[in-house]
Design a protein around this ligand. Sequence first.
Ligand SMILES: [Zn+2]
Length: 138
Amino acid sequence: MKSTKQVRKRKKSSKPRVPKPRNAGTMTESAFWSFIRSALRQKSRWWKPILQCKLAARRAYKGPNKRQKFEYQCATCKQWFQEKKINVDHINPAGSLNCAADLPGFVERLFCEQDNLQVLCEKCHDIKTKIEKDGKRS
Ligand SMILES: [Zn+2]
């Protein structure tokens, strides 16, 4: 059985008149910050500590799948996964980026060194993310 997928309620009618002060009047404040957030996240893919973290968790794959060369160990459950099933996780999460004041901390945490990084499988990563979100709410 598949685990419970989070059902997110979608608001039916768009909120009346959210101001769009960004990008020539086409972006709301929150769209703007998610745009900046994803740009920074994209760059972090080429951040060396993140690549090194993956390399450190990698070993040659010896299983039946001929096209798979490597597999990666999850830091939490210690099982081995193919590359597309793992995430490089920030142990101390980069957190939210919703306004200019969040920027310095977000950048510092996102572009961290290898000691703050670990490889997690999808399942362990989901669990950790969920715990972090729940922790923030209370
Ligand atoms: Zn795992």
